[in-house]
Ligand binder design. Structure first.
Ligand code: NAD
Length: 513
């Protein structure tokens, strides 16, 4: 081993040492809401426990928000909106860069806390914290152009469009990579000039609390970013119903998206939904099979498979299926399941015992439908005794089986062979979801034809999922409504306004003469 590379056991020990005092502080202080710049308990005094998926240890008592706490936060956000929207864009830009600096300064702490709170492996969480800072920088730099519009002159008018922030918005986020994901929503909302009430997932409240505190510490004015913790059907529901909240940016399950649409209907909420997926990776026989294999393994077994863009269906061309699956089997068997703070770990424990039970239920579902569990298919006895699971590979499946149709959201891959291009497209599109698609082929013409035919919001050709922030991120069908990224985010968080200036020459009909 290179002398400069620390031993994995040393890094593991250093990660443990780093997280221990943070956890002690968390346990002692608990987690309150951050409303109008102040840490406050719920008005009802109610709390809930958040536990680590590693060993079930109680990490903190968390304030359990209800409609009255949401009302307090929405009122603070509405008041702060008046000055935040009018703050010069250059000043807003400076503040958001300061939030990015603060995230970078604490990136190592965020990473280890995220590991303990969610079970995600440190190798991925270390990067997630840095990406969160990048999200803030990207949108900070665009503050100054958020209001830009067009001039579309007609014969007798100058027609000018501009954009204005829509108002206080609600952001509701899930528990998978929660810190990074919430910055995707919060950074563009703040850059647009909106104020925010954030309701993080109840299974991962720890780093959301830190984000709100870092923003305050960076100088974001009180009331601009408020965090209310709580249960989805309580605090989340109240946020979607609150009349002062003009839009809801939501990431989570498709069924929750439907509920939010109904809840927001009486107040005509604008909604942006990033929902579930059952994404295909299609491997043709003329592909670079070594690179395709790396991508297939990475895109379902990284992040515990708890990833909306994971390629959870492998569509493999019949002629190469046996050989490819043989190599895949060896790779899946060799995946390292372990403690999330261990840098050698590739798969950590799943977020919650209820989620573990859901993922495990698909072992029987696969067998009942007649598929074969080629690797895995059982819980795993990991360090701390938490919600570990064996990475699982299902073969012998067809496109109609539940394991080929439903989002499992774990390290669980279903292999489906296909005959030719048309067959691959039909299978790929034969699900309710339409978030991403991945295509591996040496024939660029075919890659483009398949990309055109796939019903998915994002398609990668000969590539794993590589996020580029200006590009549109979002899904079709049951995978979502709307797009994030670059100017697409501003379109959601802002109202486009049309202003028409007459040159004084157009004819005005004279009535009532
Ligand atoms: P979830 O829908 O159960 O919860 C997400 C959030 O919604 C949580 O904060 C929850 O408290 C809240 N919520 C629940 N019921 C609510 C209600 N009635 N009103 C308002 N808020 C409510 O999702 P999850 O289990 O936390 O996350 C996993 C899901 O998220 C998966 O389906 C995954 O595919 C999806 N996801 C999608 C993307 C994407 O970009 N498309 C990204 C990440 C995760």
């Amino acid at each position: 081993m290179d002398k400069a590379t620390p031993k994995t056991s040393d890094v593991f020990a250093a990660n443990r040492d780093r997280v221990a005092p943070l956890l002690a502080k968390l346990k002692q202080e608990g987690i309150g809401h951050l409303i109008d710049g102040k840490v406050v308990p719920s008005i009802s005094g109610q709390t809930f426990e958040t536990k680590s998926p590693v060993d079930g240890a109680v990490l903190a008592q968390v304030a359990r928000g209800g409609p009255e706490d949401i009302d307090r936060a929405a009122t603070a956000a509405a008041l702060a909106f008046k000055s935040w929207r009018n703050m010069p864009a250059a000043m807003r830009k400076k503040l958001l860069h300061r939030v990015a600096d603060a995230i970078e300064d604490r990136a190592d702490d965020i990473a280890v806390l995220e590991c303990i709170d969610t079970g995600q492996a440190h190798r991925f969480m270390a990067k997630a914290a840095i990406r969160a800072a990048e999200n803030f920088r990207f949108f900070a730099d665009r503050c100054t152009e958020a209001r830009d519009g067009f001039n579309t002159p007609s014969d007798e008018h100058w027609n000018v469009s501009t954009r204005v922030p829509i108002g206080p918005v609600g952001v509701i986020t899930p528990w998978n990579t929660p810190f990074m994901l919430s910055t995707w929503k919060i950074a563009p909302a703040l850059a647009a000039g909106c104020t925010v009430v954030h309701k993080p997932a109840e299974w991962s409240p720890v780093t959301a609390d830190l984000l709100a505190k870092l923003a305050k510490q960076a100088g974001v004015p009180d009331g601009v970013l408020n965090t209310v913790h709580g249960i989805g059907e309580e605090a989340g529901k109240a946020l979607t119903e609150h009349p002062a909240i003009k839009a809801i940016g939501f990431v989570g399950e498709s069924s929750t998206g439907s509920a939010i649409m109904a809840q927001g209907a009486p107040t005509l909420k604008r909604v942006h939904f990033e929902l579930g997926g059952k994404n295909p990776v299609i491997v043709f026989d003329d592909a670079d099979l070594d690179r395709a294999l790396d991508a297939v393994v990475f895109m379902i077994y990284s992040l515990n498979g708890e990833r909306c863009t994971s390629s959870s269906r492998l569509l493999i061309q019949q002629g190469i299926a046996d050989k490819f699956v043989e190599k895949l089997t060896a790779r899946v068997k060799a995946l390292k399941v372990g403690h999330p703070l261990d840098p050698a770990t590739e798969i950590g424990p799943l977020i919650h015992e209820r989620h573990l039970a859901k993922v495990c239920s698909y072992f029987d579902i696969a067998r009942q439908d007649g598929a074969v569990i080629a690797v895995g298919g059982a819980p795993h006895d990991g360090p701390g005794g938490g919600h570990y699971i064996q990475p699982t590979l299902v073969t012998g499946a067809n496109a109609r089986m539940r394991v080929a149709q439903e989002e499992v959201f774990g390290p669980f891959l279903t292999v489906i062979p296909f005959r030719d291009e048309n067959d691959a497209i039909e299978i790929a599109n034969g699900v309710d979801y339409g978030l991403t698609g991945y295509v591996w082929t040496g024939d660029m013409g075919r890659a483009l034809r398949v990309a055109d035919a796939l019903e998915a919001g994002m398609i990668w050709l000969n590539s794993e999922n590589v996020r580029h922030l200006p590009t549109p991120f979002g899904g079709m069908k049951s995978s979502g409504i709307g797009r994030d990224g670059g100017d697409y985010s501003f379109d959601f968080y802002m109202e486009t306004k049309h202003v028409s200036l007459a040159r004084g020459t157009h004819k005005i009909q004279k009535l009532g003469i």
